[in-house]
Design a protein around this ligand. Structure first.
Ligand SMILES: *[C@@H]1O[C@H](CO)[C@@H](O)[C@H](O)[C@H]1NC(C)=O
Ligand SMILES: *[C@@H]1O[C@H](CO)[C@@H](O)[C@H](O)[C@H]1NC(C)=O
Length: 934
């Protein structure tokens, strides 16, 4: 038995531990405890040697009481650590109502009163009232507020005021625009387990995305490391107000708080196993992922227990004499954050998609006893709410997208109904951007889509305010407009869930963020948007009314028909569409047609009829189902210089075509995708066709246009420079014009104008150069129908393009300054008056809109509606952007489009709410009723 008289003596009592733990420890230790303590010490000795035997990593000091102990300083440090890790009052925040001061307050900021607005407070129904902010917090809410003497008064003129938008999944600052190797700091991809990496160490406050995000109303973000690693590292929560110091620390939401919440990112599923599998190292499978998680958690658990043992041993030392332990407090920086997670000091966010990934992670949480605060992406979570509820001690919330799916296998079986299903199952749901995957500026658009697909107005608004704030443990500071909350506020031009909504002004810590905004310029808003239910299609009670067998029909209750460029018919809902033998034979008043005995499909007076919408330039539609999985379609073409036809690789059916069809995109024009400058020749097809034989409209045109790509993305061994790419294009066209190529050659056809030449290009100088080649060759007799696809910087030379007769397909509608060579990308209101589209439109350039991702094809009518809202277009102009403009640009005739089908909506397709009520055509026989997004 150890002899306590011989324990190292020191000046322990003179250096009383500072922590309350230490004080309690000293108080509670008395002589009577000595026997008990002796027993405990033996047990601890045994535990320690077990510990030392099992891992040499955490201590170099054998534990023998007879030996000289650690220095008094180290002992005291350890005792202080014990106090810190075992403190009782962790993350106890004051009730919001008691807060009168925001530590982020900037001296000199005047109080501000917002008058005459509608307040959405982050939780409840919106109401009319004023808001007073001072000292960086909300001081008063509701009713009429008399402004204090020195206050700034902002007349909201009936506009909606919401809390600042909270984005709980962003890589802003660690993946700064424009994206270069140098700015890519979001995955430390040399090790699958880097829980010790910290996003703050790479966070660049000067990322240009910050200002754009703020202009979308985003005021707080959680900056997570990326998802290539199982344990990606620590995340940090920032306000997006830049401080004069340019300091990341000064941007932390909890700036000044010593007991900040900590956050961590982990990831499971495809990303880590693909990343490391490629390097032929663990994890190459989900099995390896599970093992690595468990192995690391097990090590962290051992360290945690060693610490607890040490603390218990320290606490068990007699208070008489000057006792110390002979080993230092066990610590290891590598494991520090994981141990903190096991102690509940770190809020864990896990990126997982599939049900089995989620379950594996839930199992780990139970095995090692840590809470998962949120699953991110989690597109399959809606199928397993019960598994979420099995997680250790806490039901994780889900931070997700409203409508993204299909970009990889684990994202393939997602549903747009998932936010609603989860919320109904009692799981909190937040929308997040994953910026720059989705531009943080447009996070509220995700919430609006989630509303369209089933979340209530309040749930959708909460999904980007109070819900993510709570998920970050900061609900006493952000995400609500209430007394004591931080003065982070957004004033909206129209209801934030309506299409094209953007902020007029954004406040962070009570400070206005958008420059050159004068509230006097704001127009008076009548009342907040009321979301009106659209009447459901009333289907006739006849057999097979909504099936491939339905042949004749009369659609009634239609108020607007916009089928062709020159044609728009409106009425109070008395218009009809007559279908005979599966084809639309009349739309409008159709008085000459007898509708006797024809089954009636009624749209309740709100029906709107549009032509087929087109997908032009959305990569791989019909060629690949899951792009990273080459087995799911045509494959991947490398540097093959044979010009290939997309028609040869086209596969009908599949989820993406089906989703496009159901949302009114009845016509697809897809080019092959290649690493070469020449992509190949596109094919036009009906998205609803069963196969190439099933309908006369299945393949609408075998060879549509020649597609070429110039720029960064075409740099390869063959074309390492953009200039070599442009030279190749020039010489190919020259040969096409001469008689080196015969007339079947695609470059010959492009040079002679029998096929459009679609050039994917973004940079202004490259655009000018390509247009100059067209002009030069045309002097030599060429006639080139030049179309620019992508075209981020096309707006900067809009007049030139109009003059030279060059068409533009903007892809996507809202650009991001991702490429170094294409940074001239306008953010739109409230930062810029113009957008790329508005500049091109004003100059008279023919423009179409395209989606860069399959899943965005469901949103084509919304992109048109957004453009309508941004530019003040007529509905007809908006339809043109996604229909006949595109058809003309690629040379599909008006008849082709007219005969391809019609789409009937139960309200305006340019707003959220209304849905496709019926489709006639699109490659399918009969009548499709209420096709719904999956
Ligand atoms: C702001 O003013 C307060 C009260 O006058 C003062 O205590 C504080 O130090 C000032 N802070 C800064 C950053 O100037
Ligand atoms: C919402 O309504 C509840 C109940 O009336 C109220 O207690 C709360 O303060 C309101 N606002 C917020 C932001 O919670």
């Amino acid at each position: 038995m150890a002899d306590y008289q011989h324990l190292p003596q020191d000046d322990y009592d003179d250096h009383a531990p500072r922590t309350s733990f230490g004080r309690n420890l000293k108080k509670s230790l008395t002589k009577q405890n000595a026997v008990l303590l002796a027993t405990a010490a033996v047990a601890i000795l045994a535990a320690s040697s077990y510990w030392l035997g099992s891992s040499k990593e955490w201590s170099h000091h054998p534990t023998h009481f007879e030996q000289a102990g650690i220095s008094p300083e180290r002992f005291e440090y350890g005792v202080a650590k014990c106090g810190e890790i075992h403190r009782k009052d962790k993350h106890q925040y004051p009730d919001a109502e008691t807060r009168t001061f925001n530590p982020r307050f900037v001296n000199g900021t005047k109080p501000t009163v917002f008058k005459n607005g509608f307040i959405f407070d982050g939780v409840n129904e919106s109401y009319k009232g004023d808001v007073l902010v001072d000292q960086g917090v909300v001081v008063k809410v509701g009713g009429e507020i008399k402004p204090p003497k020195d206050a700034v008064v902002v007349d909201l003129k009936g506009h909606i005021l919401t809390p600042g938008i909270v984005d709980m999944h962003s890589h802003l600052g660690v993946f700064s625009w424009p994206i270069l190797d140098a700015t890519n700091d979001f995955n430390e991809m040399t090790e699958p387990l880097v829980p010790f990496a910290r996003s703050i160490d790479g966070f660049n406050p000067s990322d240009v995305a910050r200002e754009r995000a703020v202009s979308g109303g985003i005021t707080s973000i959680l900056v997570l490391p990326g998802s290539s690693n199982l344990m990606g590292g620590e995340a940090f929560a920032f306000k997006l107000r830049l401080t004069d110091t340019l300091s990341a620390e000064d941007m932390l939401i909890e700036y000044g708080n010593k007991d900040k919440w900590r956050y961590m990112k982990m990831a499971c599923g495809e990303n880590p196993k693909n990343r490391y599998g490629r390097q032929v190292r663990m994890p190459s499978t989900r099995l390896g992922e599970g093992w690595l998680f468990r192995e690391r958690f097990s090590k962290a658990t051992k360290l945690k227990l060693a610490q607890d043992d040490w603390c218990a041993a320290a606490a068990a030392l007699p208070r008489w004499g000057r006792h110390r332990l002979s080993t230092p407090f066990p610590e290891e920086l590598q494991y520090e954050s994981l141990v903190a997670l096991l102690r509940g000091d770190v809020r864990l966010n896990v990126h997982c998609y599939e049900t089995h990934d989620i379950e594996a992670m839930v199992d780990h949480s139970n095995e090692f006893k840590f809470e998962i605060k949120a699953f991110h992406h989690a597109l399959d979570a809606y199928r397993v709410p019960d598994i979420l509820k099995r997680a250790y001690n806490y039901t994780p919330m889900v931070a997700t997208f409203a409508a993204k799916f299909g970009y990889k296998k684990e994202a393939f079986q997602a549903s747009v109904l998932s936010p609603k299903i989860l919320v109904d199952a009692g799981i909190a749901v937040a929308m997040k951007s994953d910026h720059p995957i989705v531009d943080s500026q447009h996070l509220v658009y995700q919430a609006a889509m989630a509303h369209h697909y089933g979340l209530t107005e309040l749930q959708a608004l909460a999904s980007v305010t109070s819900v993510p704030a709570k998920a970050m443990g900061l609900e006493h500071r952000i995400g609500k407009v209430a007394i004591g909350m931080d003065a982070d506020l957004v004033i909206w031009e129209k209801h934030p869930l309506s299409l094209g909504a953007h902020p007029l002004q954004v406040y962070i810590d009570g400070i206005a963020q958008i420059k050159n905004v004068n509230p006097e310029d704001w127009s008076e808003q009548e009342s907040p948007l009321i979301f009106k239910e659209s009447p459901e299609l009333v289907v006739p009670k006849v057999r097979d009314a909504c099936s491939a067998k339905a042949k004749d029909a009369v659609f009634t209750g239609i108020k607007k028909i916009i089928r062709e460029e020159g044609e728009e018919v409106s009425s109070k809902g008395e218009l009809v569409v007559i279908v005979r033998n599966g084809e639309v034979v009349c739309s409008g008043l159709c008085r000459r047609y007898s509708t006797k005995d024809t089954p009636v499909y009624d749209l309740g007076g709100e029906g709107v009829v549009l032509p087929s919408l087109l997908s032009v330039g959305t990569p791989l539609l019909g060629l690949m189902e899951i792009p990273p999985e080459h087995k799911t379609g045509d494959g991947d073409l490398n540097l093959n210089d044979v010009v290939i036809n997309a028609a040869d690789g086209l596969k009908f059916g599949g989820l993406h075509m089906d989703e496009a069809f159901k949302s009114g995109v009845l016509v697809g024009v897809t080019a092959p995708s290649s690493a070469h400058v020449v992509q190949g020749v596109s094919v036009a097809f009906s998205t609803g066709a069963e196969d190439a034989l099933s309908s006369k409209n299945a393949v609408l045109k075998e060879q549509v246009a020649l597609h070429v790509r110039i720029g960064q993305e075409s740099k390869s061994i063959l074309f390492p420079t953009v200039s070599s790419q442009i030279q190749f294009l020039r010489s190919s066209l020259e040969k096409g014009l001469s008689h080196v190529f015969d007339s079947n050659n695609f470059f010959a056809q492009a040079a002679r104008g029998s096929k459009p030449l679609i050039v994917e290009v973004h940079n202004r100088d490259e655009i000018i150069r390509i247009v100059q080649i067209k002009t030069e060759l045309e002097k030599q007799g060429a006639s080139i129908k030049l179309v620019l696809l992508g075209a981020t910087e096309a707006w900067t030379v809009a007049k030139y393009l109009a003059l030279e007769g060059v068409d533009v397909i903007l892809r996507p509608y809202h650009c991001m300054p991702v490429q170094w060579t294409a940074q001239r990308c306008l953010a739109g209101a409230p930062l810029t008056q113009e957008t790329g589209l508005s500049a091109l439109h004003k100059a008279g350039v023919r423009v179409g809109l395209s989606a860069i991702e399959f899943e965005d094809l469901r949103q084509m009518s919304w992109f048109a509606g957004w453009a309508r809202s941004d530019l003040g277009l007529t509905e007809r102009e908006a339809v043109g952007l996604v229909s006949w403009n595109l058809a003309k640009i690629v040379g599909l005739s008006a008849e082709t489009i007219a005969s391809s089908g019609v789409v009937i909506y139960n309200g305006s397709p340019f707003e959220f709410g209304p849905k496709v009520a019926a489709i006639v055509g699109g490659g399918k026989p009969g009548i499709q009723c209420n096709p719904r997004a999956f």
